[in-house]
Structures are given as C-alpha cells and as structure tokens.
Design a protein around this ligand. Structure first.
Ligand code: SF4
Ligand code: SF4
Ligand code: SF4
Length: 268
C-alpha cells in the first residue's frame, strides 16, 4: 500500500478523533483521512460539521460542500452539540461489553461490577450504546464551555493517542480473547504503517494474520472433531447391537472425516 503519509496526517489533524465511524469509515478518522486523500468527498465527518468540511476543502483546495447533517442541534462554533454518555449505574449488570466498545477507553469497571463513564474523556460517539444488553446508557448534552482552537487540538491529540493505545491493546488481546467481542476487528494495517512513521503515536503492531487464521481454524476444527467423535460413538454403539449396512457406511465416512481433520490439526 502506498500513500502520502504527510497529506493523510494533515487531513487527520483536522478530524475530531471521535472515532465514531459516522463518516462511513468504521475504523475511525484515519481511514477516512486516507480515503479523502484518495479523492473521497471531505464533508462526511458528522461531529466535525461545517467547520471541519470547510477546513478540509481549504486544505485540499477543493470546492466547499455542505457537511453531512447531525441529529443534534448546531452549537455556536458551527459544530453539532457535543454529547456525553452516562451509565445508569444501578441498572448496570457489569457485563463489560461497553469497555471494549469505547474507542477512547472512557469507561471503567470490571466483570460483574458497576461501570461508569469518565465524563471528561467521553466524546459522545455512542459506540457503547448498542452493545449494552440492558440498555442502561443514556446520552446527555455536554454542558462544558465550547473549546477554544488550542483546547480542541490538545483534545484531538489526546483522543488519537488513546484510540491507538486501545487498538494496540485489542490487537494483542485478539488471539487469546476471553471477554465479549462487540465490534468487528479493526483493520490495523493502515494504523501500523501510520504509527511507524509518526513517533509521537503509540506503535501498533499487526498480529500475523496467518497466526490468527490458525487459531480460528484450530477452534473450528476442535468443535468439528468433538461433534464427529460423538456421532461415531453413537453409531458404534448401535452397530454393536445390530449390523446395518447404511449405518456402517455412515460410520466409515465419519472415521474418514475424523482422520482428515486430525491430519489438518497436526499440520497446524
Ligand atoms: S469523528 Fe468524523 S472522521 Fe472521525 S470517525 Fe467520526 S465521522 Fe469519521
Ligand atoms: S463512553 Fe460511550 S459515548 Fe463516550 S466515548 Fe466511550 S463509547 Fe463513546
Ligand atoms: S454494557 Fe451496559 S450493562 Fe454492560 S457493563 Fe456496560 S453499562 Fe453495564
């Protein structure tokens, strides 16, 4: 993959780093920055609103487009109203699903214990809401004063750092994950290339896909093997009582499948 990191970096610097995916790029601001560099319209960042669409048009010397509308009212700085998530703590069952859904690690809590949102860190991205099985997360308006430009840049830098640290942690957990999986795997390759060339960001290392595929295959074949063994036992029991040509054929075929799968597992 080749692309101009410098242009992507300049575009990414203008994006809010909410990592909400509302621009249509599920993995967040950096993939959208790359797509913009490759020619995608630069007006799709919903939380950035018109100011971000205008700043991008200016950077790229493109015509200004109307920003994608938000469901929230527009604040005095031209951006949509900022929101915050709040957990109704007495209803929380401590399932931890919201923790891994939050791209900026703004939720704390541990298994079977009440969870809480660190309000200062929450961007209102809403990604924690769908995975909550008891629907105990509300969104409320952020009542903090509107950020100045320098506060916004500092916040974006912090959110970017937090998201990349989150990705790296999720990436290393991926192979031995015990907790719930609440979002599709992030395509880490772009992030890894980007952080390699940007020393200020936490390095992201991609876990070998072959290694991952191996484990998935391993888990699948283990389940398959267990199923086949159960069927074989059942058939052997039935055949020990009464001979049956059809069942014998089924048994032979299952024994063959068992041997094939064991061969695959040994190879893995
Ligand atoms: S903040 Fe904007 S650019 Fe970043 S993921 Fe959300 S919509 Fe996309
Ligand atoms: S707590 Fe929820 S709304 Fe707030 S940043 Fe995390 S996922 Fe987004
Ligand atoms: S997903 Fe909902 S129930 Fe589960 S820990 Fe988070 S807030 Fe609590």
């Amino acid at each position: 993959m080749t692309f101009s990191i410098s242009l992507i970096q300049q575009i990414d610097a203008l994006l809010p780093q909410t990592q909400c995916g509302l621009c249509g790029h599920r993995d967040g601001c950096l993939p959208y920055a790359k797509a913009i560099a490759e020619g995608e319209d630069a007006n799709k960042c919903v939380p950035g609103g018109q100011p971000v669409a205008d700043a991008l048009a200016n950077l790229l010397q493109r015509e200004t487009l109307a920003a994608e509308p938000s469901v929230w009212a527009i604040q005095s700085d031209g951006r949509p109203q900022r929101m915050k998530a709040v957990i109704r703590e007495d209803e929380c069952i401590g399932c931890t699903k919201c923790i891994s859904a939050c791209p900026v690690d703004a939720i704390i809590g541990s298994g079977k214990l009440m969870h809480t949102v660190l309000t200062d860190l929450c961007t209102g991205c809403e990604l924690c809401i769908p995975p909550c099985p008891v629907d105990c997360i509300d969104l409320v308006e952020d009542t903090q004063p509107i950020l100045t430009d320098s506060q916004r840049i500092a916040e974006q830098d912090d959110l970017r750092q937090r998201y990349y640290a989150h990705i790296q942690r999720e990436e290393s957990r991926r192979l031995h994950r015990k907790g719930p999986v609440v979002r599709a795997e992030i395509d880490t390759e772009l992030f890894a290339q980007y952080t390699e060339q940007n020393q200020q960001l936490p390095a992201i290392e991609v876990i070998e896909k072959s290694e991952h595929a191996k484990l998935v295959m391993d888990a699948k074949s283990t389940i398959e093997l267990a199923k086949i063994r159960t069927q074989i036992k059942k058939l052997e029991k039935q055949l020990s009582v009464r001979a049956d040509e059809k069942k014998q054929q089924q048994l032979d075929s299952l024994l063959q499948q068992l041997s094939d799968l064991q061969g695959v597992k040994a190879w893995l």
